[in-house]
Design a protein around this ligand. Structure first.
Ligand SMILES: [Cu+2]
Length: 248
């Protein structure tokens, strides 16, 4: 497991941890019983026929109830963690920064919405399947991610944050995370979205607030301004022509 690099996801890490432990314990018991049955009831002579048992009500009840109990327990803890990671908006603290992530066939655009660093102007950065974009994030600041897709369903995933969410056209999906360690990470699309899905990669740079502000100012100076929801640059490029008539 990658170590969790955002404040809100420690409980996802713990859920995995305990689920694996439970699975290992159940696995050991099952393997043990299989081993026991193989040895204890092995054929001892060529005409040895085992006792033919047709029904055993207690065992049938047990192997119906036990898996249901396991599912109920996993479901309970999954729901609990889900509620902790995705609290209702009314219970969220105001995010320090807001980024609109645009996933489109087949790359990403990151809009840094109305940030103070740029005097309230929205700036963006974008990439292509050949030239991965980089998402910059400030360390120890709560970032709200709004997810937008102009075409099909994608999924925004940074494995080090132990978290992903689908980017669904026409649907307001969002979440908040607080990256807590400076470093460079990778991100990818986790929903099969077409021919070049596997090239929908991006980099993530978690930096100090000063470096983050400087980067946004640089984007502004480069003229990367205005909310950008999908660019031709992503669609039209050598070797990655869109199909004829596939205008969106
Ligand atoms: Cu995708």
């Amino acid at each position: 497991m990658p170590a969790p690099r955002a404040d809100e996801v420690q409980n996802i890490y713990d859920l995995w941890h305990w689920s694996w432990l439970a699975a290992i314990i159940i696995g050991v018991v099952v393997w043990g019983l299989i081993g026991y049955a193989v040895v204890r009831f092995r054929r001892r002579s060529p005409d040895d026929v085992p006792v033919q048992t047709r029904y055993n009500l207690p065992i049938e009840i047990f192997y119906t109830v036990a898996p249901i109990m396991i599912v109920v327990v996993l479901f309970f803890f999954t729901l609990k963690v889900q509620d902790e990671v995705l609290p209702p908006d009314s219970e969220q603290a105001t995010p320090d920064r807001t980024i609109e992530v645009v996933g489109q066939q087949w790359s990403w655009t990151f809009n840094y919405l109305k940030d103070d660093a740029t005097g309230g102007e929205t700036v963006f950065d974008t990439g292509t399947p050949a030239d991965y974009p980089t998402l910059w994030l400030p360390v120890d600041e709560k970032v709200r991610f709004n997810l937008y897709s102009p075409d099909v369903i994608h999924s925004f995933w940074v494995p080090s944050f132990l978290f992903k969410m689908d980017v669904v056209p026409g649907r307001d999906n969002h979440f908040e995370l607080t990256p807590n360690r400076i470093g460079t990470y990778v991100g990818k699309c986790a929903e099969l979205c077409g021919a070049y899905h596997s090239r929908m990669l991006f980099n993530v740079k978690v930096v100090s607030a000063d470096d983050y502000d400087a980067h946004l100012k640089q984007l502004q100076a480069d003229g990367n301004t205005g909310l950008t929801r999908g660019t031709e640059r992503v669609r039209a490029q050598p070797g990655l022509e869109t199909e004829a008539g596939a205008e969106r």
